[in-house]
Every structure is written in structure tokens, then in C-alpha cells.
Design a protein around this ligand. Structure first.
Ligand SMILES: [Zn+2]
Length: 272
């Protein structure tokens, strides 16, 4: 039987070897499941989700989702390359889909798999509003926030997880779904922590600005979300993204630095 001390040192070693660096903050983050294991699971779950939902194609709205997604992805790549993170997106396989569903939600799964529900479009209001949401959700994926929540959950549930964890059995897939919350049929999606939200807001603001969308619109978008939550059923996205005054004030305060960031990439005028 392993002694307690041995178990503790194994755990420490696992953690040391399971850290990834967040390119946006330079901070070490916990990554018990490497992206090379996580992405195939993500891609499979995404395809399953699409097969079980009505994907909208060919409409103006569907084209807008693809257009914004491509611009946000391109801006992410430009930003990462300019900051010395060449190859960071190598394993990403971007996809952007609009599904016909009244749920007011949108998400991006690991590896760049994005879904917008038609239900969120009235709150988004216009293409810039879509870019705010897209930038924010993509930022969670770029910063591996779901990965960190999942790693924390694994530690909680299994204690030390040594070596690579390949998500092949059902309980691991359930865990994946719990932490990524793929659609309402899967159930609970845990709210991101406040620090992850602040981080995603900032990264999202930068990449939307580099993509040519006006970052001053972000505060207005979250204000609409907040207004929408008063009376009636609040948007589902708010269960994981509470919109409050400090968030809105923070976005307003950050907008000038996002505009300055965009300027570095030659973007001086934003799309109408
Ligand atoms: Zn978020």
C-alpha cells in the first residue's frame, strides 16, 4: 500500500506536469487532461449535439454567425502570433453554427466549436452584439477555462489523477458534459468563476476589437442581458454569466485599451 506521503508527492508531480500557461495572462493553470485528449471528445460531443438539433443554414442570420466566427478566429490567431504564441491554435478546428432553439444561449467548446441559439439573437440585437458574445465565449476556450474547471472537478471527485486521462468511458464523458454544459439536455453547467469571467471579458474585448468590431458596444450588450433578466425567464446564458453593474462598468473602463490594442493591428475604424 502506498504511504500517504508517496500519494501526496505523486499528486504534486501530477500537478506540476499538468500545468499549462495561459498566453493572455502568463499564469500557470491546471490542465489534468491535455488538449490532445480533450479536443477529440469535444469534437465528438459537438457533432452529436448538431445531429440532435436543428442547424440553421443559408439564412442571413446563419451567414452572420459564420462571418463573425471567422473574423473572431482570425483575430485570435493574429493576436496570438503577434504575442509570440505561434502554433497555439494548431489543434483547433473552428466551426460556427446557428441552431433553431428559443434558448437564450451561446457557447464555445474546446478546440473552437461554437454554437449560437436563435433565441439569443434578439438580445445580441446586431452583428456587433454577436461579436461581443462570440469574443467572450471564444475567450473562455482560448484560456482553457473549462479545462481548468474540469481538472478541479476531477481532483475533487477522484483525488489524484495520475498520467493522461483519456475520456473514453461514460462517467468521464458525463464529467465533460457537466463542465462544458453542452446544451440544456445535458443539464448543469457550472458557472464560471468571477476571475474567469473578468478574464474572458477582457480577452473577448481585445479580439472583437482586432476583428474590427466596436468594443464600446460590449457594455451595452451586457446591459441588455441584465434588463432582459428582470421579469419573466432570464436568459440561460445568465445562469453562468451573471450580468451586474460591476461587470458592465469594468467593460466600459476596458474599452479604450481594446481600441488601443486594435490600433496595433491597423484597425482604426470599426464596422457599422
Ligand atoms: Zn463567460
Amino acid at each position: 500500500m502506498l504511504k500517504f506521503k508517496t500519494i501526496v508527492s505523486l499528486l504534486v508531480i501530477t500537478l506540476i506536469y499538468s500545468c499549462a500557461t495561459n498566453p493572455f495572462t502568463g499564469k500557470k493553470t491546471m490542465a489534468l487532461v491535455p488538449n490532445s485528449d480533450l479536443f477529440p471528445t469535444s469534437f465528438a460531443q459537438y457533432n452529436q449535439f448538431l445531429s440532435e438539433h436543428k442547424v440553421v443554414t443559408g439564412t442571413k442570420d446563419a451567414q452572420m454567425i459564420t462571418r463573425v466566427g471567422e473574423r473572431i478566429a482570425a483575430a485570435s490567431e493574429r493576436w496570438l502570433n503577434a504575442n509570440g504564441y505561434h502554433g497555439y491554435l494548431n489543434d483547433y478546428k473552428w466551426e460556427y453554427h446557428l441552431v433553431d432553439d428559443k434558448t437564450e444561449n451561446a457557447w464555445c467548446m474546446p478546440g473552437g466549436k461554437i454554437v449560437f441559439y436563435t433565441g439569443i439573437l434578439p438580445v445580441a440585437k446586431n452583428e456587433t452584439g454577436v461579436a461581443v458574445i462570440m469574443g467572450h465565449e471564444v475567450a473562455h476556450a482560448l484560456a482553457n477555462h473549462g479545462q481548468q474547471r474540469m481538472s478541479a472537478g476531477m481532483l475533487q471527485q477522484f483525488g489524484a489523477v495520475a498520467g493522461n486521462v483519456v475520456l473514453q468511458n461514460e462517467s468521464d464523458r458525463n464529467l465533460f458534459n457537466q463542465y462544458y454544459g453542452v446544451g440544456s439536455q445535458v443539464g448543469v453547467m457550472l458557472p464560471f468563476s468571477r476571475s474567469h469571467e473578468t478574464e474572458a471579458d477582457k480577452i473577448g474585448l481585445y479580439i472583437m476589437a482586432v476583428a474590427g468590431y466596436d468594443p464600446t458596444e460590449a457594455a451595452a450588450l451586457w446591459q441588455r442581458m441584465k434588463a432582459n433578466s428582470a421579469g419573466g425567464a432570464p436568459p440561460e446564458i445568465l445562469s453562468t454569466h451573471p450580468s451586474n453593474d460591476s461587470r458592465i462598468a469594468n467593460l466600459r473602463a476596458l474599452a479604450p485599451s481594446a481600441i488601443a490594442e486594435a490600433k496595433k493591428f491597423g484597425v482604426t475604424k470599426f464596422r457599422e
